[in-house]
Design a protein around this ligand. Structure first.
Ligand code: GSH
Length: 248
């Protein structure tokens, strides 16, 4: 699979290692993979996609990339590395205050809301159905019977991170309030900071899609879906960047 966009910048060849599926009309099961691919498409950078073999992941997480001969992990480090190689910086037009707000939004979604999203998806109502159905597709066949162990390990991770110490309702409320804040910050603008996209929109879009397109019911999903500007934002970003998505 390669991107449908036209390359405008000469960069070393980029291979994006990520799960190859696009479940439920979202760019990726992983919002961090969705974020990185959204950025590459916004920046009109050509890339190839290859399946993510975790044994090669430098940080033991997805996404990771190969840029020329260099293997790099972490969506943000990758974006910063690619930006450093480009003449045209995507966020050059932002004020210092907008950058600071963007950073706060990004860190809220990636370091806070993300764990609520995981709590919602790995809730026992969804692990035996929705979550299982898509997650096993990206696991090597011999690991698929180990899904119940993965469920246990995800829940253990949530507990040690802290989100898992709250009741399910408390955690979902925190995530829904994050999305309410995002909706208020977006207002009626096309992108987070006006008529032009910034790298922060890659995170915002990937997380909104990861919440609203996931079919499993949760307070996080229902309250986010009630924010019309977030739904419209996700719809626009998909139309602009992901015409090759199956649906949604
Ligand atoms: N800060 C990392 C976070 C990436 C991340 O948490 N990826 C998850 C999938 S959404 C993962 O690989 N989890 C596997 C694990 O933690 O073992 C980034 O921005 O890339």
């Amino acid at each position: 699979m390669s991107s449908p966009v036209t390359t405008v910048t000469t960069l070393p060849k980029i291979t994006l290692f990520q799960p190859p599926t696009r479940p439920w009309g979202m760019p990726n099961l992983s919002p961090f993979c969705g974020k990185l691919e959204t950025y590459l498409r916004m920046a009109k950078i050509d890339y190839d996609v290859a399946p993510s073999d975790m044994r090669r992941a430098p940080k033991g997480k997805i996404p990771f990339v190969k840029i020329g001969d260099e293997i790099l992990g972490d969506s943000q480090h990758i974006i910063e590395r690619v930006e450093s190689l480009r003449d045209e910086k995507m966020d050059a037009w932002l004020t210092d205050e907008q950058r600071a707000v963007g950073r706060a939004i990004r860190r809220m979604l990636e370091e806070g809301t993300y764990f609520v999203l995981i709590a919602a998806r790995w809730d026992s109502r969804h692990t035996s159905t929705l979550q299982r159905s898509e997650f096993v597709k990206v696991l090597p066949a011999p690991l698929r019977p180990l899904f119940p162990l993965i469920v246990r390990s995800v829940r253990k991770g949530l507990r040690s991170q802290g989100t898992g110490r709250h009741t399910h309702e408390e955690a979902l409320r925190m995530g829904a309030d994050d999305m309410k804040a995002l909706s208020q910050l977006l207002g009626d603008k096309r992108y987070l900071f006006g008529d032009r996209p910034s790298t922060f929109d890659a995170t915002a879009f990937a997380f909104v899609s990861a919440v609203v397109d996931y079919p499993g019911e949760s307070l996080l999903r229902e309250e986010t879906r009630a924010k019309k500007n977030l739904l419209e934002y996700a719809r626009r970003m998909k139309a602009e960047l992901f015409a090759d998505l199956d649906r949604g």
